[in-house]
Design a protein around this ligand. Structure first.
Ligand code: TXA
Ligand code: MG
Length: 318
């Protein structure tokens, strides 16, 4: 069989990824749209290239279990299940490690991370060559079918990404199973390439779907899923006492705020998306009365930013 890829192609792709560019790569489930998971701007570019209307958290891909342990906390259950099913079509949702370098945007501001070690030699070679975890949703435009060949990816995203690695047709063809091990009870959040029955052989009973008590771990089911503790005020045009401002250029920011942080001075919405979660966290401090946000245009990634801000500002479940 002729090889579709070479060490040189992989090195080139790894260089692009380290520079914050996007590279689509094959996995055994579907082709992924990869970006450096530790780079906020690269992660924002993933949402933009897909035209994703809001920030669903992304799965972060790793070359081996040792790399995964540096990103999230593995308990005994997670160790057992990874030993049995990795590499393979299973993503584990685990508590984020305190020093985890993964972008907050990749996990949509959650305290958990979805991790996966894919079972495809080219994906693993790319992850090793890059030396960084890669965030990778399916490499299709939002709302369309997932790609299972390099040609599919070019149909979907050609012109929007730096490179596509061709690893032949994806063997599994549906996305990975997403198993949440961040709570007391194991729960399948998304059915996929590993059947729940196979997981139950290792873990015993597994719940499916989202439980009411799990709402915070099931983004999108709840109006408010990532919310700062301080009140958030949208469409702010003037200061109120004690507030900090999240500002967006290119115009000047209104004056009189206790503190000011730019989402993007130039008004670049991709840059603003990349900075959003980290900025909200940084301003969520007891010495501030609240966080005000300048109006964000409802176009491009601005739609996703506004969606996240509205969720964060929505009435909170008590
Ligand atoms: O097979 C796959 O998993 C493919 C290939 C490319 O690896 N990737 C993929 O990624 O489907 P993505 O980012 O589209 O899948 C994200 C899924 C969503 O259902 C999302 O809600 C869930 O994983 N997810 C990610 N992080 C999560 C978290 N911290 N908590 C709960 N669910 C999470
Ligand atoms: Mg998808």
């Amino acid at each position: 069989m002729t090889e579709l890829w070479s060490a040189e192609r992989i090195e080139d792709a790894a260089r692009l990824l380290c520079a914050g560019e996007l590279v689509a790569f094959p996995t055994e489930t579907v082709y992924g749209l990869g970006g450096d998971a530790t780079n906020d701007l690269a992660v924002a570019r993933i949402f933009e290239a897909k035209g994703r209307p809001r920030f669903n958290p992304l799965i972060t891909h790793v070359p081996d279990l040792a790399a995964a342990r540096g990103l999230a906390l593995f308990d005994a259950r997670a160790e057992r299940i990874a030993a049995r099913f990795w590499p393979g079509p299973l993503s584990l949702v685990l508590p984020r490690a305190p020093a985890s370098p993964v972008s907050l945007l990749a996990s949509a501001g959650l305290d958990t991370l979805a991790l996966r070690m894919p079972a495809h030699p080219l994906a693993l070679a790319l992850l090793s060559a890059t030396g960084r975890p890669l965030a990778a949703p399916s490499a299709n435009r939002s709302g369309r079918l997932s790609p299972t060949s390099a040609g599919d990816v070019i149909d979907e995203l050609g012109g929007r990404i730096a490179a596509v690695l061709d690893g032949g047709r994806s063997a599994v063809g549906i996305e990975s199973t997403v198993l949440d091990l961040s709570g007391a009870e194991p729960r399948v959040l998304r059915p996929g390439g590993v059947a729940a029955e196979a997981l139950e052989e290792v873990l015993g009973h597994i719940a499916t779907g989202a439980a009411a008590s799990d709402a915070p771990r099931s983004p999108g089911l709840l109006a408010s899923h990532y919310a700062p503790e301080r009140p958030l005020r949208l469409e702010a045009r003037e200061a109120r006492p004690g507030e900090a401002l999240l500002a967006l250029g290119p115009g000047p920011a209104p004056e009189g705020f206790r503190e000011l942080r730019w989402l993007s001075r130039s008004g670049d919405l991709t840059e603003a998306a990349a900075n959003l979660f980290a900025a909200l966290r940084a301003l969520d401090r007891p010495d501030l009365a609240g966080i005000a946000v300048m109006p964000i245009p409802e176009r491009g990634l601005g739609v996703a930013i506004n969606d996240r801000l509205r969720r964060a500002a929505a009435p909170r479940p008590s």
